[in-house]
Design a protein. Structure first.
Length: 555
């Protein structure tokens, strides 16, 4: 399908919601392991896999083998989103006669392998990859194995065989979520150096002590290690794997079991359990509340923007916000596409290019060629025809489409028709032109109002709050409905970008926890609030959420 970062993200969200729906209706299933591989499946189905849902047996299709077959809900939900069968069929999961059983079954169109008896999928993958080579076929084989599954000896037999026969048309992913059926992998059969520590859900985060990759290297594989939830890293790793000849590639993907749902994350209980019906609406609200931090580099040293980008990368930002100012649309001049082109090789983190320039329709091609992942132009300098031209050009080039409005600008009537296909709406909360300004308080009401208008008009992108966002106001801006937060003075202007981003995230997390408690209270009063709190059993979460509920007067 070759979708871009933003569209892949949207489809992954749809697939996660289907996993929740399907396992809840079935009353059983594996959400935890479906969520840890959600971004991996998203990149495969919506960017790399060659397949035709209307011709599942197409001879030249790429093959996807889910060796960790228990995560079938994750596979089936993405197959539905990819068009193999209606999304409604997920409601038949694990029912007698359904094509969607607890583990993948060849009765389901598009399923390549009956995974479930762990350890065998890699061997099967080596076999079909070898067969493809013997038959001089150039399709690719992708396989996802679990870290718990790596306890099976056959995984290592297959690893040796793949290396011996140089099966370079095989790319394997290790879904490294550190949890298997009964407990944490490192307690049952360590794959890494002995990870000491009491808080099991914390100690896994020290990537410097991970040695699983060394096992695969010693078996003769090309090894790439990534954050398995960062779409840009998965994307780059698959591209690198596909370009690597003469050796199979293992992509060790550090993942979180139950990723995106706080009470499921790092929690062995959700290896194989279905969510109750009364918490499904709250879970869906949580899935809709994923958020991104986008530091604005012009708040740093304008004479050394390379270094500012590097600070944002080491600070683990989600996007890099690039404020292009031409000295005409706004009095200031910052940089243009040439600078973006220079910065591009520094990182694969998405470039969020905010064009504060006149006549953007004349220049947008330059910003596409410079390597932007999303380009946002202003309503004040476009009209239906010029924005339509920009929109179409961006779509043709698989670039995210952004639209921005200044503090005193409302959404133009003509723009409503574009809302369903917009990836981002920047709601300026300062008069554009420089960083370090104060948040315009009226923007809270504006974002809240726009949030409902956007929902009514099938907008499935993100509202980006841009200007004067800081630790004091970000929680309420999140509650207003913003999901991407630009931080100039409050992040790049700070001594330590990593701490600033971490603090931004913690503030948003607090606000999100409160919103989910509001939802629980609205739906089920104190009982459901207590039930929701009770689900959070890992680490300090329960105490923290209980405190918020008490402050809200819910318990
Ligand atoms: C202003 C820019 C903003 C600004 C953000 O014209 O569009 O992105 O740099 O910086 P702060 O967060 O400091 O307002
Ligand atoms: Zn900006």
């Amino acid at each position: 399908m070759g979708l871009n970062y933003y569209q892949i993200k949207k489809n992954i969200l749809r697939a996660r919601k289907l996993v929740i729906k399907a396992t809840n209706i079935a009353g059983s299933g594996h959400p935890g392991g479906s969520f840890s591989m959600a971004e991996i499946l998203g990149c495969l189905f919506y960017k790399y896999l060659k397949f035709d849902p209307n011709n599942p047996q197409w001879e030249d299709r790429d093959r996807l083998v889910l060796s960790k077959g228990h995560a079938a809900p994750g596979l089936f939900s993405n197959m539905a989103v990819a068009g193999y069968f209606p999304e409604s069929e997920l409601e038949t999961l694990r029912k007698f006669g359904s094509r969607l059983q607890g583990h993948p079954d060849l009765k389901c169109p598009g399923v390549e392998f009956c995974g479930g008896s762990l350890g065998t999928g890699l061997s099967y993958s080596v076999g079909i990859a070898l067969a493809a080579k013997i038959n001089s076929k150039d399709h690719h084989v992708y396989t996802i194995i679990g870290d718990g599954e790596s306890d099976e000896g056959q995984i290592w037999e297959a690893a040796m065989t793949a290396a011996k026969y140089k099966v370079d048309n095989l790319t394997a992913f290790l879904d490294r979520n550190f949890i298997q059926q009964d407990s944490y992998t490192e307690q049952i059969m360590p794959l890494d150096e002995k990870l000491e520590g009491d808080d099991l859900s914390e100690m896994w985060k020290d990537a410097s002590r991970w040695k699983t990759g060394d096992k695969w290297r010693s078996f003769g594989w090309n090894v790439i290690e990534i954050d398995g939830h960062r779409i840009e890293q998965i994307d780059a790793a698959i591209a690198k794997a596909n370009a690597t000849k003469g050796i199979p590639t293992m992509i060790i993907s550090r993942t979180v079991k139950g990723k995106s749902i706080e009470h499921m994350e790092d929690n062995p209980q959700w290896h194989g359990k279905a969510p109750d019906s009364d918490v499904v609406p709250i879970i869906n609200h949580e899935l809709d509340s994923q958020f991104m931090i986008a530091p604005s580099i012009i708040a740093g040293d304008m004479a050394n923007l390379e270094n500012e980008v590097k600070r944002c990368v080491s600070g683990r930002s989600d996007y890099i916000h690039l404020d292009v100012m031409d000295g005409q649309f706004v009095p200031t001049k910052t940089f243009d596409h040439n600078k973006i082109k220079e910065l591009r090789p520094l990182t694969i983190i998405p470039f969020d290019s905010h064009l504060m320039i006149n006549e953007p329709v004349k220049h947008v091609r330059d910003y596409i060629d410079a390597g932007s992942d999303i380009i946002t132009v202003h309503a004040e300098v476009t009209d239906e025809s010029s924005f339509g031209e920009i929109h179409d050009l961006l779509k043709q080039n698989q670039i995210g489409v952004g639209f921005a409005i200044n503090p005193d600008t409302e959404l133009p009537e003509w723009s409503y028709k574009f809302l369903p296909s917009l990836d981002q709406l920047i709601v300026m909360s300062v008069v554009p032109g420089k960083s370090g300004q104060k948040y315009i308080e009226e923007t809270h009401v504006k974002i809240t109002r726009l949030n409902s208008i956007l929902k009514e008009n099938n907008f499935s992108g993100y509202i980006e709050a841009d200007g004067g966002v800081n630790l004091e106001n970000i929680g309420s801006i999140f509650a207003d409905g913003a999901r991407v937060f630009v931080g100039g003075g409050a992040i790049v202007g700070q001594q330590d970008v990593r701490i600033a981003i971490r603090d931004f995230r913690n503030e948003v997390l607090k606000s999100r926890r409160r919103i989910l408690l509001d939802k629980a209270h609205e739906l089920g009063g104190t009982d459901l609030v207590n039930k929701w709190i009770g689900l959070h059993v890992v680490g300090e979460k329960q105490e923290q959420i209980k405190k918020i509920a008490q402050e809200a007067g819910y318990i």
